[in-house]
Structures are given as structure tokens and as C-alpha cells.
Design a protein around this ligand. Structure first.
Ligand SMILES: Nc1ncnc2c1ncn2[C@@H]1O[C@H](COP(=O)(O)OP(=O)(O)O)[C@@H](O)[C@H]1O
Ligand SMILES: [Mg+2]
Length: 320
């Protein structure tokens, strides 16, 4: 089944097109997946990047979406375009600058909504506002609500230690991707090459980010496979009408539901992640009784990476 990703944020300049172009290149060349990029941005930055850089086999479409028309028009148009693209692709990624005239229902067309944000106060405020306004989508009880992956971008070395992704600031269920670091290379590679081939911090951090997206995709696909067959796609519904499972006796099929649905915290910075991984390993070794939760055991056996495992365990504590 085709996996559909929406890369979006309301603000420009946060790195949507850079991440979009580099992520589709990674999916196509590294993961050998049939990949389509739909660039809904009139500027066409991500599509131009792919069209001018060495060919990595991505199908590139620069299309228009009637963003300002409001109502259902953009959703119908998006559905048509997506239906067409999914016929031939394992992955379809759409690059879109969000506008408040768009209905949040559009996000139900996707398996994952990826929101890049820099960690400056002004941008975090904008991201938080955007996510809060669309909270009903990500906190919806619909089985097919999109996963929300927040991605810190253009992160400076001195910002790596900050712990700003708190519940107070982001009152919505989300997963936090490893940060993509700021570097001149990201600008220099425009229309020339790809971050996955860059050996600096930006390239390295991008690879970690791309691997995390792949892991999240695998989780989602496992979740889809375990979802009850009768459950229809939750497209075009709102939070109040889509609460299919609220009164249902059908158990949530997978522990992964818990991962996606929990309010999550993570850390900014690999060195902190490493520190936590080390201390958790030490703790695990010290445990002689079976105190590890079933869910974390299951996830370990699924090979879920540390950044996601953490989120399922700690939903309220932000002590990193
Ligand atoms: N990791 C990064 N390091 C340095 N510059 C970056 C990085 N990511 C994006 N940029 C630069 O930031 C600017 C905006 O990026 P872009 O991907 O076009 O954002 P958006 O699509 O959100 O408007 C561009 O000049 C781009 O080269
Ligand atoms: Mg752009």
C-alpha cells in the first residue's frame, strides 16, 4: 500500500522543501522505493531541486492546489492527484505551505504529517499555534488519523541541548524526529546534490532523520496490517463524528497505537539520546525481575529505534 506523507507548516523558510527533496531522494535511491514528489508550492523549490540535481529516479510533479478556495475543493483536488500518484508509487510525498483556509480534513488523506520547525522561540510559537488549531486531527480517535512527526530543522550546535518540546508548548500527540542540523551545505546542494551524500553534521543528522521516518513508516504499516478489516478510511470526518472506537469493545490492535497516540516528549540532540540510551541499558541490565513493560518489550523486538521507544514510555515526564 502506498505511504503518503505531507510535509507542511504555515511558515516559509523552515526547511520544508529542503527536507522534501532530500527525503524523496533518500526513499528512491537508498530505500529503492518507487517514489513520487508532489510539489504544491507555487515556488516549486523541491521539484526544481529534483529536476536539476542528478537523477535519483523520483517522479516529480509540480501541481497546483486551490489552497485559497477553502471548503472541500482543495481536498477533492488533492484526492484526485494522490489517487493518480499512488497507482505507481510506494511513497508519495507532498510539499505544502499550510494556510488556515485549508480544512484540517485534508490531513486525513495522509499516513504521516511531517512538520519541520526551527527551534527559535518565534517559530516554535507558530508551530505550536498551527498544531493546536489542528489538534483534533492528531488526537482524533479515528483509526486512520495521520501520525504527526515534528522535525526540528536548521538546528545549531548550541541548540542541541535544549529541551523545548514540552507538553505545555505542544498540547497535541506527536512524535519528535531527530533534529536536522544547520549548515551551509544544505544551501549549497540546492539543485546540485543531496544531503545523504554530505559528510558534514547536516548530512549525518539528515540520515538519522530519514531513518527515523522510515522506522515510523514501518510502524504505521504494521499498524495498518493489524487494523480491523471493516474499519473504513477516516477521510473527511471530524473529531466528533469519527470516534469509532470510543464505545467499541474491539481492542486496539497493537501496542503501536499507544506509541502514536501518546503525548510524547523527546530530546533535542544526539549526545543526549546516547546518554539516555546508555543509562537505560544499564538500568535494564540491573533489573532482575520482569519489570519491563510488555509494550517496550514488543517494540524492542520489532527493532523500533530509541527515539520512538522513549516516547511510548514517558508521556508526562520531561526530565532529560
Ligand atoms: N539544514 C539547513 N541548513 C542550512 N540552511 C537550510 C537548511 N534547511 C534549509 N535551509 C535553507 O533555508 C531556506 C529555506 O528552506 P526551504 O527548504 O526553502 O524552506 P521552506 O520550504 O519551508 O520555505 C533556504 O535558503 C534553504 O537553503
Ligand atoms: Mg518551500
Amino acid at each position: 500500500m502506498t505511504f503518503k506523507i505531507l510535509v507542511t507548516s504555515q511558515k516559509g523558510g523552515v526547511g520544508k522543501s529542503t527536507l522534501s527533496a532530500n527525503l524523496v531522494a533518500y526513499f528512491s535511491r537508498q530505500m529503492q522505493l518507487k517514489t513520487t514528489l508532489i510539489d504544491w508550492d507555487p515556488h516549486g523549490s523541491s521539484s526544481n531541486w529534483l529536476l536539476h540535481a542528478p537523477n535519483v529516479g523520483v517522479v516529480v510533479q509540480h501541481l497546483s492546489l486551490p489552497v485559497d478556495q477553502g471548503g472541500n475543493r482543495p481536498i477533492f483536488e488533492a484526492r484526485l492527484q494522490l489517487r493518480h500518484a499512488t497507482k505507481t508509487s510506494d511513497i508519495v510525498l507532498c510539499d505544502l505551505t499550510w494556510s488556515d483556509s485549508l480544512a484540517g480534513e485534508l490531513m486525513f488523506e495522509f499516513d504521516m504529517v511531517l512538520v519541520p520547525t526551527s527551534v527559535s522561540e518565534i517559530e516554535l510559537g507558530a508551530t505550536s499555534g498551527f498544531l493546536s488549531r489542528n489538534r483534533w486531527v492528531f488526537d482524533s480517535a479515528a483509526t486512520r488519523r495521520p501520525m504527526l512527526l515534528v522535525c526540528p530543522t536548521r538546528v545549531l550546535p548550541e541548540q542541541l541541548a535544549s529541551n523545548i518540546f514540552t507538553k505545555q508548548r505542544f498540547p497535541v500527540s506527536f512524535m519528535l524526529a531527530p533534529p536536522v542540523q544547520e549548515s551551509q551545505t544544505a544551501r549549497d546542494l540546492y539543485e546540485r546534490g543531496f544531503l545523504m551524500d554530505s559528510e558534514d553534521v547536516c548530512g549525518f543528522s539528515f540520515l538519522q532523520f530519514a531513518q527515523a521516518v522510515c522506522a515510523a513508516r514501518e510502524m504505521r504499516m504494521a499498524q495498518n496490517n493489524q487494523a480491523p478489516k471493516a474499519a473504513p478510511l477516516a477521510t473527511g470526518v471530524n473529531a466528533s463524528s469519527s470516534d469509532r472506537f470510543a464505545n467499541s469493545t474491539t481492542p486496539r490492535a497493537s501496542v503501536l497505537d499507544g506509541v502514536v497516540g501518546a503525548a510524547q516528549y523527546s530530546i533535542l540532540g544526539r549526545h543526549r539520546q546516547r546518554k539516555i540510551a546508555e543509562s537505560e541499558q544499564a538500568q535494564a541490565q540491573a533489573q532482575t525481575t520482569a519489570t519491563v513493560s510488555d509494550s517496550s518489550r514488543t517494540m524492542s523486538s520489532l527493532g523500533i529505534p530509541e527515539f520512538i521507544k522513549r516516547m511510548s514510555r514517558s508521556t508526562t515526564s520531561a526530565k532529560f
